[in-house]
Design a protein around this ligand. Structure first.
Ligand SMILES: [Zn+2]
Length: 286
């Protein structure tokens, strides 16, 4: 995959450093420091020296202080995610414009272990997801390690596929597909899982639509596509059930089988249009 390293996207919200990141970590915020300073001045006692008021009061660099600590590999991941995010959103805004619609950009939150989202608490164990409430994609970079563990491909385009899939959910939100699907699912409990599968497969297909554009611009090549297809297979419900030692039961699937995920990604890749992805097969027609 021939991607351009343009640094960090302006649509990325980097929460990997934890809380404030103002250089006053170590248990006491700047507010506490100022409070003790005022107390010292007012009472004439030095609350700032140890033993005065609380323990060590001075501002000390904590783990969340300063720039985010990261390995070179992680920095590269962040730049790759940035490239995909920007390129895919540019591609989608062009597709929207061609249909006389305006595209609204999504944000992507990078976090470690845990963070809050408009859809509740995001945890690394949840895996990457899109929250329609705040229109943000949430990614804990530890997910790539898990993808590898599940036999997935961790090549560049496989990672790109994951980001493009989550953006696919954003497209569904912008087109009103997600809202119609939720309404339908709330009316019929038995249809919830099949509808979820349709939604997920369409996000795979939309990832393929972006892939189509990258193919035409010679950013990705055949071996990249093969890697993305391996990633799609690794996150198929049947594969995940097998890997976790559970019985393979299609009625419990929420994302589709490995074969289905590959098929729909390929359909988007070949077709390159929103209407290349009719996973709902008319079910959502008003
Ligand atoms: Zn999804």
């Amino acid at each position: 995959m021939e991607w351009q390293d343009n640094g960090i996207s302006s649509d990325i919200e980097d929460r990997r450093g934890g809380g404030g990141g103002f250089g006053f970590g170590g248990g006491m915020g700047i507010g506490g420091f100022i409070l003790l300073l005022i107390l010292s001045v007012v009472t004439g006692r030095n609350f700032l020296s140890s033993g005065g008021g609380s323990s060590d009061a001075g501002p000390e660099p904590g783990p969340s202080a300063g720039p985010v600590e990261q390995s070179a590999g992680e920095e590269r991941d962040v730049h790759l995610i940035s490239f995909v995010l920007d390129d895919a959103q540019k591609t989608w805004s062009q597709i929207f414009a061609a249909h006389g619609r305006e595209y609204r950009r999504a944000k992507l939150v990078l976090y470690r272990d845990i963070t809050s989202s408009g859809c509740g608490t995001a945890q690394a164990s949840t895996g990457p997801f899109y929250c329609p409430e705040d229109e943000k994609v949430y990614i804990d970079l530890g997910f790539w390690r898990d993808l590898k563990r599940f036999g997935g491909d961790t090549g560049d385009f496989a990672q790109a596929y994951v980001v493009a899939h989550e953006l696919g959910h954003h497209i569904q939100k912008l087109l009103g597909i997600e809202q119609r699907m939720r309404r339908l699912a709330s009316q019929d409990e038995g249809e919830q899982n099949p509808l979820s599968v349709d939604l997920e497969l369409q996000a795979d297909c939309f990832a393929g639509v972006w892939g189509h554009s990258t193919e035409q611009r010679n950013i990705v090549h055949e071996e990249d596509i093969a890697g993305a297809l391996r990633a799609a297979a690794a996150v198929g419900d049947d594969h995940l059930q097998k890997m976790s030692g559970r019985a393979v039961s299609p009625e419990s699937w929420t994302h589709g089988s490995s074969a289905q995920r590959q098929e729909w990604f390929k359909r988007g890749l070949d077709g390159g249009e929103v209407n290349s992805c009719p996973t709902f097969d008319g079910k959502l027609a008003p």
